[in-house]
Ligand binder design. Structure first.
Ligand code: THG
Length: 376
């Protein structure tokens, strides 16, 4: 490549940064103004480890927006269209956040730590600014800030054994998306059964940024007997499994209905929330675009640096947002954000990328069924 991305003080380093580099991180992205490793240089090995073993990921850039105070619950309810009626302490929830016009702003995981203490574990957009402004303008009695909290993900079928060796067998009974505040040899953290893959696993939310290397070393040591190695949010597995990448798969004016979030948009709620009117209108009219799964032929692609224009019978239909080669489907796959009239299953697409021309087709999601093994 003829250029490199310069590193500087405007972007933040994760508490795990030094260890990730020492363990061979080769590629970083920037997410919430923080470096995040996305590869350790061997894509096939990282994929295999996630599907058949266990891998550890520096996902500190999934920053927390903490909301505390007497009005914390009321503010959180106002921020998301999802009804939080069943949100006890210790349970996480996937909660879309929209603006007043129904645009999707983020798709965080919400954690309720106390009656009036919440974290929004955010994707790549500035929800701290948004939540603060909404709170002030609305006169909510809350404090909104970014705590010193940095998630480390442990993902894959053997993750449970690694995390149980570290914390005890109670982690085996932790339900999906539930969490517990605990510590590891005096390191304060939250153990959650979650993570950005469909292979199972945990996220350790480190609550003291000075202990990043110590936690990394302990986790690495516990994982050694299981062949654990470093990894990162896996682009291939997430496309196969249908996990949304906010900002990659979405446009700045995408509504949650475009990306299949209708089950989390509770328009019949009695209380008000941001975007209620607009979302009600969009639900009635139907979304103008939809994110769909596609398969396409040709030699295996790696990934796309930018969206590719997609055409149907010569008409611009939208864009291919994310692509990769799926070893389990043995085909190129991707997600395309298309005008709704072009999203019928079986619709034939033409597009160009990487100097090549492709022919693809709209297919059902997930692109790969859960549990499908990697072929020999
Ligand atoms: N974990 C934590 N924070 C995060 C992410 C994470 N912040 C950024 C980003 N990921 C937020 N986006 C997502 C997207 C998908 C999921 C979680 C966070 C996810 N989805 C499951 C699914 O789609 O099948 C479950 C959704 C549900 O419960 O309904 O896990 O990964 N801490």
């Amino acid at each position: 490549m003829p250029y490199e991305i310069a590193m500087g003080p405007r972007e933040r380093k994760s508490p795990f940064f030094d260890r990730a580099v020492a363990d061979g991180a080769t590629h970083m992205t920037i997410y919430n103004q923080m470096y995040m490793p996305v590869s350790y240089g061997d894509s096939a090995a990282e994929y295999k480890r996630l599907l058949e073993g266990v891998s550890m990921w520096d996902v500190a850039s999934q920053r927390q927006v903490e909301i505390t105070g007497p009005d914390a619950e009321r503010l959180v309810r106002y921020l998301t269209p999802r009804d939080l009626k069943d949100c006890p302490i210790g349970r996480g929830k996937y909660v879309p956040i929209c603006d007043h016009d129904g645009r999707l702003l983020n798709d965080p995981v919400l954690l309720r730590l106390e009656e009036q203490k919440f974290w929004l574990s955010i994707a790549d957009s500035d929800i701290l600014l948004w939540a603060r402004a909404i709170a002030k303008e609305g006169g909510y009695d809350v404090v909104v800030h970014e705590p010193d909290v940095s998630p480390l993900a442990i993902q894959g079928p053997k993750a449970t054994d690694v995390v149980a060796d570290l914390f005890g067998d109670w982690v085996r009974d932790l339900k999906y998306f539930w969490f517990k505040e605990t510590e590891l040899d005096g390191i304060p953290l939250v153990v959650a059964r979650s993570g950005w893959s469909k292979q199972g696993g945990y996220e350790l939310y480190l609550c003291d940024g000075t202990r990043g290397s110590t936690l990394w070393d302990k986790v690495k040591e516990a994982g050694a007997p299981y062949g654990m190695g470093p990894g990162a949010p896996n682009y291939i597995e997430r496309l196969e499994s249908g996990l949304l990448s906010f900002g990659a798969d979405t446009l700045p004016d995408s509504s949650p209905f475009e990306v299949g979030f209708e089950k989390m948009i509770h328009l019949d709620r009695e209380d008000d929330f941001i975007g209620k009117q607009a979302l009600t209108r969009i639900a009635e009219e139907g979304p103008k675009r939809k994110l769909v799964g596609i398969v396409f032929g040709g030699d295996p692609v790696t990934f796309n640096e930018h969206p590719w224009v997609a055409r149907v019978d010569g008409h611009i239909a939208g864009a291919i947002r994310s692509v990769c080669y799926s070893p389990r489907r043995q085909s190129n796959i991707g997600l395309a954000l298309l005008e709704t009239r072009f999203t019928e299953l079986g619709t034939k697409l033409e597009f160009k990328g990487d100097g090549r021309s492709f022919k693809g087709e709209v297919v059902p999601q997930p692109l790969v069924k859960p549990g499908t093994p990697i072929p020999e």
